[in-house]
Unconditional design. Structure first.
Length: 115
């Protein structure tokens, strides 16, 4: 079982930055692939960025060059630094922890980018 708590969302103007944090409660954090996902109103939840246990990262095309995912295995944390934000980045951002069987989700944090 993994419990995830996101924080750092808010309202920001286009071109601004936000840093999202996700705190994980699990003894085996380092083995999980961690990811950030965005769900806009009426749309499916899409992957924004992910990072494996070994530190390999993967980004959605819309995130490349603007977002950076990182993890701190010693403190069970994962971060998403978001720069040059656009109105289309608006949505609820979820932290996900994935093992070979399942993905655990946090409750999400709202990010709103005004134009």
């Amino acid at each position: 079982q993994v419990q995830l708590v996101e924080s750092g969302g808010g309202l920001v103007q286009a071109g601004g930055s936000l840093r999202l944090s996700c705190a994980a409660s699990t003894s085996g954090f380092s083995i999980y692939t961690m990811g950030w996902y965005r769900q806009a109103p009426g749309k499916q939840r899409d992957m924004v960025a992910s990072i494996t246990s070994g530190g390999n990262t993967n980004y959605a095309d819309s995130s490349k060059g603007r977002f950076t995912i990182s993890r701190d295995n010693a403190n069970n944390m994962v971060y998403l630094q978001m720069n040059s934000l656009k109105p289309e980045d608006t949505g609820v951002y979820y932290c996900g922890a994935t093992n070979e069987f399942f993905t655990f989700w946090g409750q999400g944090t709202q990010v709103t980018v005004s134009s």
